[in-house]
Design a protein around this ligand. Structure first.
Ligand code: URA
Length: 433
């Protein structure tokens, strides 16, 4: 078999066989097929697409390219959750302890941020002392004892996805439905959960900009999960503005803590309730999402979610005092207000631009190995639908001393559209698959 023939076949729009897909994934994982040939194939897939069968084969080849986590020694139904990536998305920090407090074991591997989107592992590292690396035995022991452990994805879990994702990121082939579906589902399958809740983002801050594409992606992933015997549900959710108000690692931890105390932003709380309810139903804790939601609201109200978060922090070596003393999270050296040049109502916020502004302050990384500053980012003061006066503050930049701020200030201002008419109220969940 030759890689050249596989590229040509896909370029001509023909269907690849299981053997051809296995050959390309195996050869690429072992460094036997060079980046330039895989790049050409990715671009051919981007334009010609993949059939359902091809997507399923690609997913399984990627899932089986490295180790697969065995969670059988954790009793109960293990439910995983995955977001396709957004701006200000700190839901895992809230949902993990929340559903763990409801008795669902959370054995989660998370990623770091890349590009304009953030990652849970970077956020957790903003908590002083927090360890994101646990060996497998410690990981399992912690889930059994505390009901929750969140660790960085090990090098050998779906290694084909690691290599392919990095290559897609630099070859303009990220926003392809078959490639995203196989990337997400290969990791989820290899990570070993029994059931999966997917948060498929749509809008200016998401990879899927159009609702139709997001629903297609959601259906594709649910089909893959179902076919391999994992109960899978997807919610398509709004990413046409950042989630919550905080963007940047320490700032997002602060907002997650407020949400665990029942004092978080409405959209973030609402999304966590929806995703968490689906997780509880899949885990068999509740029969329907209405009952599950009641349970989750109560867990927050009675302080059990926050207590579980503290327990989780202690188990991974972090300082739980961050929950009461905000100053323990790394503070930015400078807080710089961005004011509005117009008055009216906020009608749009380009979430990708906001993510890029946070990144330009050092909150995110442009390349895999770039260093980040956990203290920086931005806090929005206005979201869609809110009124604003000329000169009123729309956002605060949290930055390091001596940092050039004008670029980020312009990006934030340009990300906002101010109009005369108050826009309609938006729903955070747009549909369920
Ligand atoms: N998240 C993933 O894990 N993979 C993608 O391809 C896109 C989002």
């Amino acid at each position: 078999m030759r890689m050249y023939d596989i590229i040509l076949k896909k370029r001509r729009g023909l269907e690849l066989t299981t053997a051809e897909i296995d050959f390309f994934i195996d050869g690429y994982t072992k460094d036997e097929i060079p980046d330039y040939q895989v790049s050409a194939l990715l671009m051919a897939i981007f334009f010609q697409g993949f059939t359902e069968r091809e997507i399923g084969d690609l997913t399984m080849a990627m899932a089986e390219s490295g180790e697969q986590t065995d969670l059988k020694s954790i009793p109960g139904i293990k439910v995983d959750k995955h977001s396709t990536g957004g701006v200000g998305d700190k839901t895992t920090l809230i949902l993990g302890p929340l559903v763990a407090a409801a008795g669902v074991p959370v054995a989660k591997m998370s990623g770091r941020g890349l590009g304009h989107t953030g990652g849970t592992i970077d956020k957790l590292e903003a908590i002083p002392g927090f360890r994101v690396a646990l060996d497998n035995a410690a990981f399992i022991e912690q889930v059994n004892r505390v009901k929750i452990a969140v660790v960085a994805q090990t090098g050998n879990l779906a290694p084909a996805d690691k290599k392919l994702y990095a290559l897609r990121d630099v070859t303009a082939t990220v926003d392809s439905i078959p490639l995203i579906a196989a990337s997400v589902m290969s990791k989820k399958i290899a990570a070993g959960a029994d059931a999966i809740v997917l948060d498929v983002k749509v809008g200016s801050g998401a990879f899927m900009k159009k609702s139709e594409d997001a629903f297609n992606l959601a259906r594709t992933m649910v089909d893959i999960g179902t076919r391999v015997g994992r109960k899978t549900v997807a919610l398509v959710t709004d990413m046409d503005q950042p989630l919550g108000y905080a963007i940047g690692n320490a700032l997002e931890v602060k907002e997650a803590i407020a949400t665990l105390k029942g004092q978080g932003p409405k959209d973030l709380h609402e999304l966590c309730m929806h995703l968490g309810s689906e997780m509880l139903v899949l885990a068999g804790v509740d029969k329907d999402t209405a009952k599950a939601r009641e349970r989750l609201e109560k867990i927050i109200f009675e302080g059990q979610a926050l207590e579980k978060f503290k327990e989780f922090i202690v188990a991974q070596g972090g300082d739980p005092e961050v929950c009461s003393k905000e100053g323990l999270l790394p503070p930015a050296e400078i807080i710089y207000p961005v004011s509005s040049l117009e008055e009216g109502y906020v009608t749009e916020i380009d979430a990708e631009q906001i993510g890029l502004a946070a990144m330009s302050l050092g909150a995110g990384r442009a390349t895999k190995d770039a260093a980040i500053d956990l203290s920086v980012g931005l806090v929005l003061k206005k979201k869609i639908g809110e009124g604003i006066g000329k000169g009123e503050i729309i956002a605060e930049l949290h930055a390091a001393k001596g940092q050039e701020l004008l670029g980020a200030e312009d990006m934030v201002r340009n990300a906002y559209t101010i109009g005369h008419n108050k826009p309609a109220v938006r729903e955070i969940v747009l549909g369920r698959v």
